[in-house]
Write a protein that binds this ligand. Structure first.
Ligand code: FMN
Length: 212
């Protein structure tokens, strides 16, 4: 009769060393973030601005998913000062593409979402009144990530703080004075695959640690 003795894997010094080496490598390799560990991180790292679209319409269910993601964003004191104007009218998209030089791609987009801030929401305190910008920016980023996760393409085209662009969009959408457009986000199915940019820069990270 032969006795088979099961040795634990790490009784083998070679395997143990290899295992430790892999852990040390994983901890010290900056590219760890370029190989995201879960779907959320993958979406964040794979997203990139998309400026050309197919003619395929964006399904209503997807549009709702984008808006729900946008409204799930954090906001100062939970004021949620955002409003989302959905522009599907072809003539209006063309007009905006002609009047906003940095948003020419609106001419081909099946729709655009204009993210606006309601400056009458929340505390009219001289400092807090500016929080709509941060709140609507957080909502826009959620929207862009949700679009990417659904296989849609989108890009943030800036309106605020440029006075001329603000009055262009205000006139086109007939916005009241207290509603300020932050951006116009064309949305559609990407016409081509685009590669995300690698922006990791260790030099932009500053640690303040207790001196030993
Ligand atoms: C505040 C802001 C304003 C922007 N304005 C424009 C714009 O007017 N037109 C445009 O094509 N892209 C615009 N972008 C998109 C940037 O050009 C883009 O995010 C940047 O080049 C990085 O590329 P990525 O989004 O693919 O990572 C804007 C982005 C931000 C955050």
């Amino acid at each position: 009769m032969t006795l088979s003795i099961k040795r634990p894997v790490f009784r083998s010094p070679i395997l143990l060393r290899l295992f430790l080496f892999a852990i040390i490598l994983a901890i010290n390799t900056p590219s760890v973030m370029s190989q995201p560990a879960n779907e959320t991180l993958k979406t964040i790292h794979d997203r990139t601005s998309i400026r050309s679209y197919t003619e395929e319409a964006v399904p209503a269910s997807m549009l709702e998913t984008l808006l729900r993601a946008a409204m799930a964003a954090p906001s100062s004191r939970n004021v949620q000062p955002w409003l989302f104007y959905i522009v599907e009218d072809r003539a209006l998209l063309t007009r905006l593409s002609e009047e906003l030089p940095s948003a020419r791609m609106l001419a081909q987009a099946p729709l655009a979402i204009v993210v606006c801030g309601d400056t009458q929401k929340g505390d009219p305190n001289a400092e807090q009144v500016h929080n709509w910008v941060m709140d609507c920016s957080a909502a826009t980023q959620n929207l862009l990530l949700a679009a990417h996760s659904l296989g849609l393409g989108a890009v943030w085209t800036g309106v605020y703080p440029y006075a001329e662009r603000i009055s262009t969009v205000r006139a086109a959408l007939n916005l009241p004075g207290h509603i300020v457009p932050l951006n116009v986000v064309p949305v559609g199915f990407p016409a081509a695959h685009a590669h995300p940019k690698d922006k990791w820069d260790e030099g932009k990270v500053i640690f303040k640690r207790t001196e030993e």
